[in-house]
Ligand binder design. Structure first.
Ligand SMILES: [Zn+2]
Length: 553
């Protein structure tokens, strides 16, 4: 035992090196990793993506069969049930809310001057998060700029205003910056996402929000907004951060009219929002609205199991693996095939997750900490299953060291690169880099930091409750193929199969890469458990506060 660094400086330095990157697995764990099988992953994907599973829709028969299948595999592996009432299934209560435009009214009523009536679809879209058939709003509008409260950047758009019972008017995105230390420069932080604006409005007790849509800031057009809010939108039931009667978007020209009717210059108001010293203000104008909806309540299941740690080990440093099993079920499509099989998305992630559960549980050695396996539902509806899991984790979030997520690993061969967006935010990154090197994988940088990909996959649901989390994905370089081939495969998949009934299993698929990513994740998980102390967010990271709070969101 080394007690004094002054006596053994060299050894101490060596230990540091080992801790940083050369940490190896016990032989029995290494053997389990090497036994990871592409064929078993294939078998899971083939079954989960078969027509019999009817596209694994949440709340649909096929989704339930998928959950039962995964639970059965967990049972066969000898995992401990970690769902409700001693089962592997965790009930996720959901509500689907569909707007009824014919009966929905939106009107901006200035203190002086004529009211401005808005048209659903053309001028605004809205969703009633309170999940009732009808909601009415008659409240003043408060201009809050970007609607951001970010202590790490000393930025608070809500300073000095009480927005309880009121309607917010806010911009999408975040203050423009080239400075890495201010809202991460050009990259999008979570504060810039519209989901944050909605949640923040709920958190502050507002009853509605009008997000101003600007194509230049949102990186997509109004059509995208209109289409995504015209049909059913799903929520967790009783979500504390979805309490708005009118969660809405308005077109920029409507915002211009709104400002003008209060005597303000829209361009000036918007420009001032990105600058220090901006102050929110209540405007002399009200939103009077009735929001009509059709509400459908249903439930779906997360599947959760735990491989308990070795008996001698301490608690507090569990690791978690996640992969969503849901897809779009049976639905309307442009072709004769109406089954959204979701072979790659996310049969592959499930196959990897099940193979990891198999490898860990069949190893001749127990891991030093609990290993949680969770296959979550309703990802395609907005990360809802993982959100529920984050709010109701099987062990407290503060005792989970790391979440590794798998989503959509194209089964097309042997990848030479990997995508690990978010890993660089954590104290674990040096080990991630060293492990990638052992696997001869280069880590691909985020090709579109402005798109905010980190906030669009299930790992994010765990990050927001403080758990360091990222997804393990295949990169775009593949063995035995020219450099550009992988990129072409991804483009072909996106165009011809992604979120379409054509995302089907075929015997021609090559699961070598899926197995490689499973092995890679196995080693990462084991190393995270071997580290002295849980993984942390780098200081200044936007999720650090949630980790320190040790509470939910
Ligand atoms: Zn997916």
């Amino acid at each position: 035992v080394l007690r004094s660094p002054t006596v053994f400086p060299v050894c101490f330095a060596l230990i540091c090196v080992f801790a940083a990157d050369a940490q190896s697995l016990p032989p029995a764990a290494k053997a389990a990793e090497e036994g990871i099988s592409a064929d078993r992953i294939r078998a899971h994907v083939k079954f989960l993506a078969s027509d019999l599973l009817e596209g694994r829709g949440p709340g649909q028969r096929g989704g339930e069969i998928a959950a039962e299948y995964i639970a059965t595999q967990f049972a066969l592996d000898g995992l401990k049930p970690a769902g409700d009432n001693g089962t592997f299934l965790q009930r996720v209560p959901l509500a689907g809310v569909t707007p009824v435009p014919e009966q929905t009214r939106f009107s901006l009523v200035p203190k002086s001057g004529a009211p401005i009536a808005l048209r659903f679809g053309d001028d605004f879209v809205t969703s009633n998060q309170t999940q009732t058939d009808s909601a009415s709003v008659d409240a003043p509008i408060v201009w809050v700029g970007y609607g951001i409260d970010a202590p790490e950047y000393s930025w608070d758009d809500f300073k000095g205003v009480d927005v309880r019972g009121k309607v917010l008017l806010a911009l999408v995105n975040e203050p423009a910056s080239e400075d890495e230390k201010f809202f991460k420069g050009k990259a999008l932080t979570y504060y810039g996402r519209w989901t944050y604006k909605f949640e923040q409005a709920s958190r502050k007790g507002a009853i509605g929000i009008l997000i101003i849509h600007r194509t230049d800031l949102a990186s997509y057009g109004w059509d995208v907004v209109r289409n995504s809010w015209s049909g059913e939108h799903d929520y967790l039931q009783n979500d504390p951060l979805a309490t708005l009667k009118a969660a809405s978007w308005i077109q920029l020209d409507i915002a211009n009219k709104l400002f003008a009717s209060t005597g303000m210059d829209a361009a000036q108001a918007i420009a001032s929002a990105g600058k220090r010293g901006f102050t929110a203000r209540e405007l002399p104008i009200r939103l009077q609205a009735r929001v009509a909806s059709k509400v459908r309540r249903f439930e779906s299941m997360n599947v959760v199991g735990i491989l308990p740690r070795a008996e001698t080990a301490a608690s507090g440093q569990a690791i978690m693996y996640t992969a969503h099993y849901d897809h779009f079920g049976v639905g309307p499509s442009k072709t004769a095939d109406h089954i959204y099989n979701g072979a790659a998305d996310n049969g592959t992630g499930c196959g990897v997750l099940l193979e990891l559960a198999y490898a860990f549980s069949h190893a001749a050695i127990r891991p030093p900490h609990d290993v949680i396996f969770a296959s979550v539902t309703a990802e395609e509806q907005g990360l809802l299953g993982s959100e529920y899991l984050g709010l109701h984790p099987p062990v407290p979030a503060s005792q989970i060291s790391l979440d590794l997520n798998y989503d959509m690993l194209l089964p097309i061969g042997d990848p030479l690169s990997t995508e690990l967006g978010g890993a660089e935010r954590t104290s674990f990154y040096p080990q991630v880099q060293a492990t990638a090197e052992q696997f001869h994988l280069t880590i691909e940088p985020d090709a579109q930091p402005m798109a905010g990909h980190y906030y669009r996959s299930d790992h994010f649901s765990l990050a927001r409750v403080g758990i360091p989390a990222f997804s393990i994905g295949e990169g775009t370089r593949y063995a035995d193929h020219p450099e550009a081939w992988g990129q072409e495969q991804y483009q072909d998949y996106n165009k011809n199969r992604y979120h379409q009934p054509t995302d089907e299993y075929s015997d021609a698929m090559d699961f070598t890469g899926n197995a490689k990513m499973a092995k890679f994740g196995f080693v990462l998980g084991w190393k995270a458990m071997q580290g002295n102390g849980p993984v942390q967010w780098n200081s200044g990271d936007e999720f650090e506060a949630a980790r320190k709070r040790g509470t939910t969101r």
